[in-house]
Design a protein around this ligand. Structure first.
Ligand SMILES: Nc1ncnc2c1ncn2[C@@H]1O[C@H](COP(=O)(O)OP(=O)(O)OP(=O)(O)O)[C@@H](O)[C@H]1O
Ligand code: SF4
Ligand SMILES: [Mg+2]
Length: 313
C-alpha cells in the first residue's frame, strides 16, 4: 500500500540568539532523517516515539502536507513524492489524516452534517455514501448531524473526525495521537471503535502515539522512532515482548506498572541529538566510543525485525 524510501524532512531552526538573525547560513534540523517503511494492505503500522521524535512530521509528509527534502513516497505503486496539485486532490481522497485535537480540526461554524458533507462533495462522493452512514460507522446516530462541534464531547468530536475521514473511503488512514486528548475511558472507546472499523472495512492505517500501550492495542507491526529515525521495527508482539533497542527497552520500562512504579533506565539529558553517531548515545547506558562516531546501520535480526544498534552487530 505504502512504501517510504529514505524520507528526510528538515525545518529551519528557530533563531535563539540575536546574533543568529544576521547569520547568512540558516541551520536546518532534520525532523525526519532517513525513514524507510512499508505499510501493507489491511496492515496497521504503529509509530511510537517520544515528543519531538518526528512522528507528526513523518505523518504530514506522507499525507503530502509537507514535501520531503529527499526520498520517495510510493503509494499503491505510484510515486507521489512530487505530484501536481491536481493529482494531490485525488491522492488526498485515498489518504486521510485524523489529528490529535478534534477542537481545532473541525470547523466550529459548520454543523456536523456539513463538516462531513463538504468533504464528500469536494470529492464527488455524496451519492455513494450518506453522512448518516458515516455517522453510523462511528457509533453516532443521525441527530448528531445537526449539532455544532462545541455541542459535542471530546470523544464525540473525535468520532466525527474519524467519520469525516471514513466518508471518503480511504485506502490509508493516518491517525496522529487521536486519543491523546481524551480521558482513559473515552480513549478505550475510540480504540475499540478503531478495532471495529478494521474488522468491517478493508484499509491500512498508520497509527501514531507516544504511548506504547495504546499503539500496541491496535497495531500489527510497530516502528519505534527516535530523533527523526526509525530505530527498531517488528511485529507488535516482538517489540513488546522482546524489545531490542535500548530506547525501545526504556519505552517499555516507562509504561506505568502499578507494582513497580515508573522506572525508566535512560538519562534525560539536554543534548538529545548529537550531530554524528547514534542519536540516542547521550542517553544510552550501553554507549561506547563507536556509538558517537557513526549512526548504526539497520541489522536484520529475523523476518520483518530490524534494529539500528551496534549491540546487535
Ligand atoms: N513547522 C515546523 N517548523 C520548525 N520545526 C518543526 C516544525 N514542525 C516540527 N518541527 C520540529 O521537528 C521535530 C519533530 O517534531 P514533530 O512534531 O514531528 O514530533 P512528534 O514526534 O510528532 O512530537 P509530539 O509527540 O510532541 O507530537 C521537533 O524538534 C520540532 O520542534
Ligand atoms: S548504537 Fe550504541 S548508543 Fe545507540 S542504542 Fe546502541 S548501544 Fe546505545
Ligand atoms: Mg506529533
Amino acid at each position: 500500500m505504502l512504501q517510504l524510501d529514505n524520507i528526510r524532512k528538515s525545518f529551519t531552526e528557530p533563531v535563539k540568539k540575536i546574533t543568529e538573525l544576521f547569520s547568512k547560513q540558516a541551520r536546518r534540523i532534520y525532523a525526519v532523517d532517513g525513514v524507510s517503511l512499508k505499510v501493507g494492505h489491511d496492515e496497521v503500522l504503529g509509530i511510537v516515539g517520544e515528543s519531538g521524535s518526528g512522528k507528526s512530521t513523518l505523518a504530514k509528509t506522507v499525507a503530502r502536507i509537507y514535501e520531503p527534502d529527499e526520498g520517495k513516497i510510493i503509494f499503491m505503486g505510484e510515486d507521489i513524492t512530487h505530484i501536481s496539485h491536481k493529482k494531490l486532490l485525488e491522492y488526498r481522497k485515498k489518504i486521510q489524516m485524523v489529528f490529535q485535537n478534534p477542537y481545532s480540526s473541525l470547523n466550529p461554524r459548520r454543523k456536523v452534517k456539513d463538516i462531513i458533507g463538504d468533504v464528500m462533495r469536494l470529492h464527488g462522493l455524496e451519492n455513494d455514501y450518506s453522512v448518516n452512514d458515516a455517522l453510523r460507522a462511528v457509533g453516532l446516530d443521525a441527530d448528531y448531524g445537526n449539532r455544532y462541534p462545541h455541542q459535542l464531547s471530546g470523544g464525540e468530536r473525535q468520532r466525527v473526525a474519524i467519520a469525516r475521514a471514513l466518508a471518503l473511503r480511504p485506502s490509508l488512514i493516518i491517525a496522529d495521537e487521536i486519543t491523546s486528548s481524551l480521558d482513559a475511558s473515552t480513549q478505550m472507546q475510540i480504540l475499540n471503535l478503531l478495532r471495529k472499523i478494521r474488522r468491517e472495512h478493508s484499509m491500512s492505517m498508520m497509527f501514531i502515539s507516544h504511548d506504547l500501550a495504546v499503539v500496541n492495542s491496535v497495531s500489527d507491526n510497530i516502528a519505534v522512532m527516535y530523533g527523526g529515525k526509525v530505530v527498531e521495527q517488528g511485529s507488535a508482539y516482538d517489540i513488546i515482548s522482546k524489545p531490542l533497542h535500548p530506547y525501545s527497552q526504556a519505552l517499555i520500562e516507562s509504561v506505568p506498572d502499578p507494582y513497580r512504579g515508573w522506572n525508566p533506565k535512560i538519562a534525560d539529558v539536554e543534548n538529545r541529538n548529537p550531530a554524528t553517531g547514534c542519536k540516542f548515545a547521550s542517553r544510552c547506558p550501553y554507549a561506547s566510543n563507536k556509538c558517537y562516531e557513526k549512526h548504526p546501520p539497520f541489522i536484520h535480526v529475523s523476518q520483518g525485525r530490524k534494529v539500528a544498534c551496534y549491540l546487535y552487530e
